[in-house]
Ligand binder design. Structure first.
Ligand code: NDP
Ligand code: 8X3
Length: 252
């Protein structure tokens, strides 16, 4: 049956791959990101290649009132969101904590933690009313371990991990599934953003091994979303085969 699936951060990487994967099942998609041209191009691409209907929303998830308004203004026909994929997020900087840039800290905490909460706050009450729904929070291996110079990014993803458990607990009486997705090293635009546009430095993160790609993670989210009503996959850690943890990567 066609579901209504809302994906934040759909203009790139993991979020974009989720949009492509779910469109193949002809679900109705609500795609969110700041880059309008990319959203428009993706909508055109998906609507011409699948039966999926795509609604795009240009939105900065850090903007609390804009998030509230955007969800209130959704067309009635797509307000009943079945699946929310809280994916929008970023790392900014890779400095020792004493040398960290406070603007970078604000961006990460405001997007990864507060943005996820603002979006969830707009979606959860409807799921509670309907006594059904599935929320995916994209955490990270950085939310399970703290690595050198990962500091505030790791803290933001530990917060996501905690919020995932909190949502699962508080929403339990309402039959709402909450799944934490915790990828390791995935080659997307993530490192370009982290290194403030330095593409060579970003590329070098994935030298010497095969990383994950957005599609690998989208397939797993799709699989988890397709389990029967009585089955919830709670917490999924996915790394490249060459990665054992945040500390051990087998580079050739
Ligand atoms: P990308 O940089 O490729 O994609 C990030 C997406 O987030 C973009 O679509 C971007 O859209 C969106 N985004 C960022 N800030 C905002 C904002 N303020 N408001 C709305 N959308 C925003 O990276 P990934 O696909 O890798 O990252 C997706 C998620 O996966 C993140 O939460 C990241 O922390 C997590 N993750 C990534 C890993 C990796 O190694 N790549 C591993 C583990 C977790 P736009 O710029 O158009 O707004
Ligand atoms: C992204 C993976 O190892 O760069 O969350 O933190 S890592």
């Amino acid at each position: 049956m066609a579901k209504i699936i809302c994906i934040t951060g759909a203009t790139s990487g993991i979020g974009r791959a989720c949009a492509v994967k779910f469109a193949q099942d002809n679900h109705q998609l609500i795609l969110i990101g700041r880059r309008t041209e990319r959203l428009t191009a993706l909508k055109a691409d998906l609507e011409s290649s699948t039966e999926s209907k795509v609604h795009t929303v240009t939105l900065d998830v850090r903007d609390r009132s804009a998030v509230k308004q955007a969800f209130e203004n959704l067309p009635e026909s797509i307000k009943r969101i079945d699946v929310l994929i809280n994916n929008a997020g970023l790392a900014a900087g890779r400095n020792s904590i004493d040398e960290g840039d406070v603007d970078d800290w604000d961006r990460m905490i405001d997007t990864n933690v507060k943005g996820l909460l603002y979006v969830s706050k707009s979606v959860m009450p409807g799921m509670v009313d309907r006594q059904s729904g599935h929320i995916f929070n994209i955490g990270s291996t950085a939310g399970k371990e703290t690595y050198l110079n990962g500091n505030v990014y790791c803290a933001s993803k530990h917060a996501v991990d905690s919020l995932t458990k909190a949502m699962r607990t508080d929403l339990l009486p309402h039959g709402i599934k909450v799944t934490g997705i915790c990828p390791g090293l995935a080659e997307t635009e993530f490192s370009i953003v982290r290194y403030h546009g330095d593409e060579d430095k970003a590329k070098s993160v994935y030298d010497g091994f095969t990383p994950l790609y957005g599609e690998d993670i989208a397939e797993i989210i799709h699989f988890a979303s397709e389990r029967p009503a009585h089955v919830c996959m709670n917490d999924i850690v996915i790394t490249p085969t060459a990665q054992a943890s945040s500390f051990y990567v087998n580079k050739s």
